[in-house]
Design a protein around this ligand. Structure first.
Ligand code: FAD
Length: 397
């Protein structure tokens, strides 16, 4: 019997995906890994490395070829975020915030003119972008955002503050280049605007220092004080911001889930090597039942999370909305797998696990963000329970 389905590789369904996987693997080994610990310690974003990622095409995997990208799908993106996170989740976060939250979001929702003007420089890494959703007083409850955009002649005036914005700056004095900003344009109406460095009234607020993890990504407050934005920078129709946001959150959550399995894989790698090398009571620690449990449970969880993620990536049609059950569920599951894996790895390494040079303490700190950013665990509980109770058929399919 012919069984071609057995040849299907969820992680490399086409030669283009295999090429992305190879490119990113080499990039991580040669360029990302050597700088990861130092940039974590100094809390500095590696702007030069970001440009190298652009030069290799890794910032434009899901962007249409017409704008300089590779035109691949969610699987292509996940391969990149997963691989970079094995080494440096903070750098992966900066790449992903730029490539998915900003560039991919614009590619899906922007006009031809906006895409032509902005995306080639975003794909090459020449300009760095981000997404402004969260505000000092509004996170999970995002539809209650307070930043306003009011009409002023042919354009708009934006007022408000956004916080925790990844890529908000590249260093203490330098604002990021270009942002998608969600703002209220009327009662219960959210619209999206492109705000660019150099627009009067747009400024870098405080840099968040001393974060628990993800220290090599730049997290900032951005201030909009009467920023005049031309109508040509409105993205999509008025009031379309909510659906744009929901659509982008789906691929963002999947991408963050992919980062979590990258963390889990590295932790597994480290704990297996250590269990083979370390001896206590005259035996390699791999022979102790409790150590075996850490390794076995982490392996099973990592495999399950990874398969779930790539199966979801295969199904997700970029640009569509309405796939949030799996997107939320992948992140709900994988983010906890990543954190448990890092915790298990530290435990297996004992005192060495607590030390920076053994990597897993950094991954442990980074992993926690994935239970918060892009939607908290509780937000996923809420969404999933709501969707499943409304449509129990999802489970019976
Ligand atoms: C390092 C980092 C990078 C980030 N990057 C970006 C970025 O680039 N762009 C951006 O816009 N944002 C970004 N964020 C913000 C992030 O998405 C928010 O922190 C997150 O959505 C949670 O919002 P909050 O912090 O305001 O928490 P809140 O919404 O205030 O939540 C506080 C607590 O209450 C819980 N809670 C809230 N509502 C409910 C409910 N209905 N039921 C049960 N529990 C509930 C939450 O789960 C949480 O435990 C980033 C955050 C961090 C830390």
């Amino acid at each position: 019997m012919s069984e071609p389905f057995r040849d299907f590789d969820l992680l490399a369904p086409t030669p283009e995906h295999a090429l992305v996987a190879k490119t990113v693997r080499e990039f991580v080994e040669n360029e990302v890994e050597p700088q990861a610990l130092e940039h974590d310690r100094s809390e500095r974003f590696n702007h030069e490395l970001f440009r190298s990622a652009g030069a290799l095409g890794l910032l434009g995997v899901t962007i249409p070829e017409a704008y300089g990208g590779s035109g691949l799908d969610a699987t292509g993106g996940c391969l990149v975020w997963e691989a970079v996170s094995r080494s440096d989740p903070a750098f992966a976060l900066s790449m992903m915030a730029h490539a998915i939250l900003f560039a991919h979001n614009l590619a899906v929702n922007g006009s031809e003119e906006q895409c032509r003007r902005i995306l080639p420089d975003a794909v090459s890494g020449e300009r760095i972008g981000g997404l402004c959703m969260t505000e000092p007083e509004v996170g999970t409850d995002v539809l209650a955002l307070r930043t306003t955009a009011r009409r002023d002649g042919a354009g708009w005036i934006l007022d408000g503050t956004k916080t925790f914005i990844t890529n908000g700056g590249v260093d203490e004095r330098t604002l990021g280049d270009v942002f998608l900003v969600y703002a209220s344009t009327g009662s219960r109406q959210i619209s999206t605007f492109l705000v660019e460095k150099g627009m009067e009234g747009f400024a870098l607020g405080q840099k968040w220092k001393d974060k628990l993890g993800m220290r090599a990504s730049f997290t900032a407050e951005l201030v909009f004080s009467g920023v005049r934005v031309p109508d040509a920078n409105r993205v999509g129709e008025l009031g379309e911001g909510t659906v744009q946001m929901m659509r982008n959150l789906e691929v963002e959550r999947l991408s963050l889930a992919a980062m979590s399995v990258g963390i889990a894989q590295r932790c597994l790698d480290v704990m297996i090597d250590y269990a083979n090398e370390r001896t206590t009571f005259g035996r390699p620690i791999r022979e102790h039942g409790q150590i075996q449990r850490y390794i076995a449970e982490t392996f099973a969880e990592w495999r399950a999370a990874r398969t779930f993620i790539y199966d979801t990536a295969r199904r997700i049609r970029l640009g569509d909305v309405g796939q949030r059950v799996d997107a939320d569920a992948t992140k709900l599951f994988a983010s906890q797998v990543g954190k448990r894996a890092a915790d298990a790895a530290i435990q297996v390494l004992g005192g060495y696990g607590y030390m920076g040079e053994y990597v897993v303490e950094r991954l442990w700190r980074d992993a926690k963000l994935l239970e918060i950013g892009g939607g908290t665990l509780e937000a996923h509980h809420k969404n999933l329970a709501k969707d499943l109770c409304r449509d129990p058929g999802i489970v019976r399919d």
